[in-house]
Design a binder for this molecule. Structure first.
Ligand SMILES: *Cc1c(COP(=O)(O)O)cnc(C)c1O
Length: 643
């Protein structure tokens, strides 16, 4: 690797957050490495160029199922090794929580690889269960049902058991137990040997997680039964003679758990609860530790919100060790551990590639030399003076002076005391002083907050062809960070500092927080845009939650999607799924394309009749309007133009 490649790899932190899946090749392009064989890789720029030839423009979501497999194996291996190391006597199974990404491609690929280890599914709603019931799972795998349930939901669970699945209804509320008991009666009245779902209970733990989702745990959590309620469930099941069905104890203290200490505390509490229930003669076999295994989005390995201070192996070690210790102490069998990891499994496999369309000018620049004479108002002359004499010692003071002069400039203009030309000159001078002050500030070791803000103000604003609300909603809603990186030109030093603006008409549609090893970067290093040359960037690790939480703001629909296999000769495009057309997007808000076409046609016909349009003009307009129904909701390259 040349040193520029090394530098850019470090600038973007690829080795920190990439989990070994990403690198840069000699051409300076981002590559995705096959987890099975690190000699195989796919060049992301080549994929995008290939897709362009097929008429697929950016934004496009690239899915790499092999990375999903890689994560499944990482998780399975971590637990297998810990189980061996600590001589744990129970097993480990995973159930993938569908809500993290219910896309058919994701679920089917997950089951394909996961079934080898008897990994199953977790559904939290009727719709998710409905989808799960039609999918083939391995014989030993579980289908765990969480969330609030009505009678139909529970009846659907019975249908799953009837189809031979190992369904577990996790009781979140007493009413769910009553429905379950009455359905058991109904089903067994017809066939006393009928296969029934198992029952689980979700406990409310005192222990809380850490990070953005810590509300999911603790006494005030929305989900889970209190100790008294659990004892009630046990009593009700004993009365009904069906305590044999109570097989699982569940808890989930939140997503993106950043701190391993908190996880250990929750494990201790849950293991103790399991042991005490077990000692009451309840045949619980499964201890479901929920999800929450974090993804280190910024690569800092800390307990910061977008990071985690542990890896898969440490997580597995702590879970296994704590549960084993408690169970041995209480003299109860080691339960099989069920894990509901979603984010950890699916985050890496998807990346969104898009093009930077343009730069938005905000800072006033004037490249022609400016003449300042005694005729210019004093405020302009003073700004010019600041510009000439600013230096490393006085830059802070001069910056403050410039701010004051700018106020004065606007006041005088509003009072009609200076001309438009003088105002223009003053603005240019003001931004010049700012830029110089910024340059001096950046040379200091410690950069004060005001100059951090100034940097944000001065930096370039790149218009990226995507919607934050559709493709990175957690960045907007929760300030969660995602690594962002150019997919090419990585053999050249990025010389610009930029924030990203999306193409929605929403001032919130910006990205101005970027991953950094020690902090959060207010700006991202990017390359200078070259007119006529496309510049592509990728939003990485967006495979968990982003796709399904993304919304329709401004009617930007789902982007194009391509499924990529990494093989001997680089990438193979396995499948292309077209993104939302204008017709798709308007139908989401209950408009109907046909009806709109009719109405548009009628307006044109009237104008033709009134002699305001020729028949030819009219029919061209109608044709054009109707054709647009099938076009992409994002900005598309003009014919013959490179971008
Ligand atoms: C959301 C959820 C999960 C998934 O959590 P991750 O952080 O994605 O692993 C697991 N279990 C339950 C009950 C959930 O609600």
């Amino acid at each position: 690797m040349s040193s520029v490649l090394e530098q850019t790899t470090e600038t973007y932190g690829i080795d920190n957050w990439g989990a070994g899946y990403f690198s840069v090749n000699r051409k300076g392009n981002l590559v995705v490495l096959s987890p099975e064989n690190e000699n195989l890789n796919a060049d992301v720029k080549e994929i995008v160029d290939d897709l362009r030839k097929r008429g697929i423009s950016t934004p496009v979501l690239l899915r790499f199922p092999q990375l999903l497999f890689g994560q499944i194996r990482k998780l399975q291996t971590a637990f297998r090794k810990s189980i061996k190391e600590f001589e744990y006597e129970g097993g480990h199974l995973c159930v993938y929580p569908m809500k993290v990404n219910q896309n058919r491609a994701v679920i089917e690929e997950y089951l394909r690889e996961g079934s080898r280890y008897n990994f199953g599914l977790e559904a939290g709603s009727k719709a998710e269960l409905y989808a799960a019931l039609g999918l083939e799972q391995s014989k030993e795998s579980l289908l765990v049902l969480n969330g609030f349930k009505d009678r139909d939901f529970i009846k659907l669970a019975f249908a799953g058991a009837g189809a031979g699945k190992n369904v577990v209804i996790v009781i979140e509320k007493m009413s769910e137990l009553e429905h379950t008991l009455s359905l058991i009666k109904e089903v067994t009245a017809e066939n006393s040997n009928a296969d029934l779902p198992m029952i689980g209970v979700r406990v409310k733990l005192y222990s809380k997680g850490s990070g953005k989702w810590e509300k999911s745990g603790g006494e005030a959590a929305k989900f889970g039964l209190t100790t008294t309620e659990i004892l009630d469930v046990i009593r009700r099941l004993q009365e009904a003679g069906r305590i044999d069905l109570l097989k699982l104890l569940h808890f989930h203290i939140g997503s993106q758990l950043t701190d391993i200490k908190r996880i250990k505390n929750a494990m201790k509490e849950a293991a103790r609860t399991y042991a005490k229930i077990r000692q009451m003669g309840v045949p619980i076999e499964f201890l479901d530790v929920g999800g929450g295994m974090a993804v280190d989005y910024d690569g800092s390995r800390t307990s910061f919100e977008s990071s985690a201070n542990y890896n898969a192996r440490e997580f597995a070690n702590d879970v296994i060790y704590v549960i084993k210790t408690v169970c041995d102490d209480e003299n109860v069998p080691h339960p099989t551990i069920i894990q509901e990891s979603g984010r950890f499994l699916s985050a890496y496999h998807a990346i969104l590639v898009t093009n930077v369309q343009d730069e938005i000018e905000t800072v006033v620049e004037d490249l022609t030399p400016m003449e300042i004479t005694a005729d210019n108002p004093q405020v302009v002359r003073e700004l010019a003076d600041l510009r000439e004499t600013i230096n490393a010692k006085n830059y802070r003071e001069y910056y403050h002076d410039a701010l004051e002069h700018r106020e004065e400039l606007f006041t005088m203009f509003n009072l009609g005391l200076i001309t438009l030309e003088d105002k223009g000159k003053g603005e240019v001078l003001f931004w010049d002083v700012c830029e110089r002050a910024d340059q001096f500030a950046q040379q200091k070791k410690y950069i004060s907050e005001e100059f951090d803000d100034l940097r944000k103000l001065l930096c370039a604003k790149y218009l990226a062809n995507f919607s934050v609300f559709r493709s990175m909603p957690d960045n907007w809603a929760l300030e969660q960070l995602f690594p962002i990186i150019p997919i090419h030109k990585l053999n050249k030093k990025p010389t610009e500092y930029a924030t990203l603006c999306d193409i929605t008409c929403d001032s919130d549609g910006i990205v101005d927080k970027f991953v950094d090893l020690h902090d959060v970067k207010p700006v991202l290093e990017l390359h200078k845009l070259v007119p006529g040359e496309p510049y592509y960037i990728a939003m990485m690790l967006v495979g968990a939650y982003q796709e399904v939480m993304g919304n329709n703001h401004n009617l930007f629909g789902v982007p194009h999607e391509a499924h990529i296999h990494i093989g001997e000769d680089g990438h193979i495009i396995k499948k292309v799924i077209y993104g939302a057309t204008l017709a798709d997007s308007i139908s989401a808000v209950r408009f109907d394309a046909e009806q709109l076409h009719d109405q548009f046609r009628r307006m044109i016909m009237k104008r033709i009749k009134d002699g305001e349009l020729s028949t030819k003009e009219g029919s061209q307009l109608i044709e054009y309007y109707q054709d647009q129904a099938e076009s992409y909701t994002y900005l598309t390259p003009s014919i013959g133009k490179a971008v």
